[in-house]
Ligand binder design. Sequence first.
Ligand SMILES: Cc1cc2nc3c(=O)[nH]c(=O)nc-3n(C[C@H](O)[C@H](O)[C@H](O)COP(=O)(O)O)c2cc1C
Length: 198
Amino acid sequence: MKKTLIVFDTVSGSTREMAEIIRDEMENISVSIKPVDKVESIDGYDTVIIGSPIRFGGFTAKIKKFIKKNRDELASKKIILYFSSLYIVKLKEEEKPAATFYIDPTLNIQTLSRKEATSMDKTHSIGCYYKAILKQTSGLVPDTIAYFNGRLDLQKLNIFFRLFMKIVVSLTTKERVGEFLNRDSVKEGAAVLRQRLR
Ligand SMILES: Cc1cc2nc3c(=O)[nH]c(=O)nc-3n(C[C@H](O)[C@H](O)[C@H](O)COP(=O)(O)O)c2cc1C
């Protein structure tokens, strides 16, 4: 039987909960789940699902370190990514990346032209996020990418990120403090990921 590993990082817990929901939806598939700092080796896994809270469009520092360390081995495996996020838009002019996508319907993704888009929209677009992924994986091409609605709990952030996010939420209503994880959306996304493991 093919083996799958789910590796995740989390700060306020949502990315871990998503990993657990995804694992529970993978009937008849052998899935192990590990926090990123507990992964010693990815040997023997056919697929690696990497979950990260989204940070400035990309991965957390721990996930970047994990990818860098395992870059060559990851290149021979199927890579699936999922992000716990708060805001994503689609720009009309952007080319669709060559990956299968699942975008949580509760993220209410809007399609905007570049003209209509604010600078925040431009740094939170599918294309901009995809560029960050390619840069931070040194060009690994993920098979599938899922964006799920997460949560923003300022108390769980370190002082710098708390200050930064306090400023962000005071300047825009696009990212807000609160709980947005939707278990049904994660289950629906997990069904898409399950298809990709066959
Ligand atoms: C410094 C910082 C940058 C962030 N950047 C983004 C971003 O680019 N796009 C987004 O949708 N959410 C962004 N977020 C929101 C987090 O990704 C969100 O809170 C996530 O659901 C937390 O996951 P966790 O509960 O697993 O820690 C950012 C949060 C912080 C603290």
